[in-house]
Design a protein around this ligand. Structure first.
Ligand SMILES: Cc1ncc(COP(=O)(O)O)c(C=O)c1O
Length: 398
């Protein structure tokens, strides 16, 4: 949790302003809304924070991935390299848009590695949907040459990484399009919501149009403007946008607090022989929403998790057996289960998903333990948590 910890009077005030006008729709009604365009204001905050030329808010992180893929021109039958370690939303978006996921290896960055990408590249590869996992950027210095040399379309799913930068550039701005989630568990929340960013004006127009049935949002009479493309309804409501706007104004504070609290815990773990950390190509750019550390073996990580449970310490994720975040739990995806026929049923999967060999990803995610950092952590509670966490790990290693 991060943004949700700070929900308060400012969020309530902004929501009440929307409720007072009664205009919950982001477009039109110019007189009745009394100058309030909360979705637009949220987008302006996101532009200011990320440095993107354009931002477009949508209804969720999941619809943001879909919108970002569509606006980047990825669609029917396109082979897209994806990670086996992400929230399933990434893979669902690729499949539902008609593209074909090709799984590659992650490494200790917790993201796709350059080697992993190279190993699955074929002349059929159209692009990469790169996930910046657990709050920090992938190794962009190693990945961008592969993107450029092979003329690939890069879409960044930064659903978990708003607030992360790589050498001064926000995640989401390395490729054609990028996206974030504002769901309840993220660094800033709108309750539900998402955001796409890009420096490409054509892609931006496509994001805005695709997520609202192709409306170009020009002229006074919404509904009767030109429609350049087909789309759907992924619009964000003004009440959610009002919350998201205030939360975006809090992000610098949240990130600063996260970093402070994470450092306290990381320094304590660094004293323990055998504990190592997620490789971060640019540690300065960390959003610090997670402290990610490795035990020497999968077995030891599972023992540490069991010890945490026995000692009553909460807040840790063990993604290896979490049903949403790692491929070893995605039987429904491997089986291509869907109520309707998808492109992948028609074209066939580009890999045998049941026979995939991802030894590096299994080894990395098996050893990984992630702790969600609280931004509002009282100093005494943080200190007590640190002491208990260290004691639990030491018990296992003794
Ligand atoms: C990497 C990633 N992409 C997309 C999403 C989907 O976001 P939402 O829950 O807002 O739909 C998530 C959610 O956790 C995520 O972690």
């Amino acid at each position: 949790m991060a943004g949700a910890e700070f929900f308060g009077a400012d969020e309530r005030k902004e929501v009440n302003e929307v409720l007072d006008t009664g205009i919950l729709f982001r477009y039109g009604f110019d007189d009745a809304r009394k100058g309030m365009f909360k979705a637009k204001e949220l987008e302006a905050e996101a532009v200011k924070f990320t440095g993107a030329k354009h931002a477009h808010a949508v209804s969720s992180g999941s619809t943001a991935v879909t919108t970002a893929l569509a606006a980047a021109g990825i669609g029917l039958g396109d082979e897209v390299i994806v990670t086996p370690f992400t929230f399933v939303a990434t893979i669902e978006a690729v499949m539902l848009i008609g593209a074909l996921p090709v799984f590659a290896e992650v490494d200790e960055t917790l993201c796709l590695s350059a080697e992993g990408i190279k190993a699955v590249l074929t002349p059929k590869t159209k692009g990469i949907c790169l996930v910046h996992m657990c709050g920090a950027a992938a190794d962009m210095d190693a990945i961008m040459p592969i993107v450029n040399d092979n003329n690939l379309t890069l879409v960044e799913d930064a659903g978990q990484a708003l607030g992360a930068f790589h050498k001064g550039t926000s995640v989401g701005l390395f490729g054609k399009t990028g996206c974030f989630s504002f769901d309840f568990f993220k660094i800033t929340t709108a309750g539900e919501g998402g955001l796409c960013i890009t420096n490409d004006e054509v892609a931006y127009n496509h994001m805005a149009e695709y997520s609202d049935h192709g409306h170009t949002h020009t002229g006074d009479n919404r509904g009767m403007e030109a429609h350049n493309i087909m789309g759907t309804n992924f619009r964000l409501s003004e009440t959610n946008a009002a919350i998201g706007k205030v939360q975006m104004q809090r992000i610098e504070t949240i990130r600063t607090n996260n970093k402070k609290h994470k450092a306290v815990l990381k320094n304590a773990l660094a004293e323990i022989d055998g504990v190592t950390f997620r490789h971060m190509p640019d540690p300065e750019g960390d959003s610090a929403t997670f402290l990610n550390f490795f035990m020497p073996t999968t077995e030891l990580s599972q023992k540490v998790m069991a010890q945490f449970a026995e000692d009553g310490i909460a807040g840790f994720n063990y993604w290896y057996t979490n049903m949403y975040h790692f491929i070893n739990q995605w039987d429904h995806i491997k089986d291509l289960k869907s109520p309707n026929k998808l492109a992948i049923h028609h074209f066939g999967a580009p890999q045998d998903y049941h026979a995939l060999e991802l030894p590096k990803s299994n080894e990395v995610v098996g050893r990984l333990i992630s702790l969600g950092i609280k931004a509002n952590w009282p100093a005494d509670e943080l200190e007590a948590f640190k002491t208990k966490m260290v004691a639990s790990i030491k018990k296992v290693l003794a």
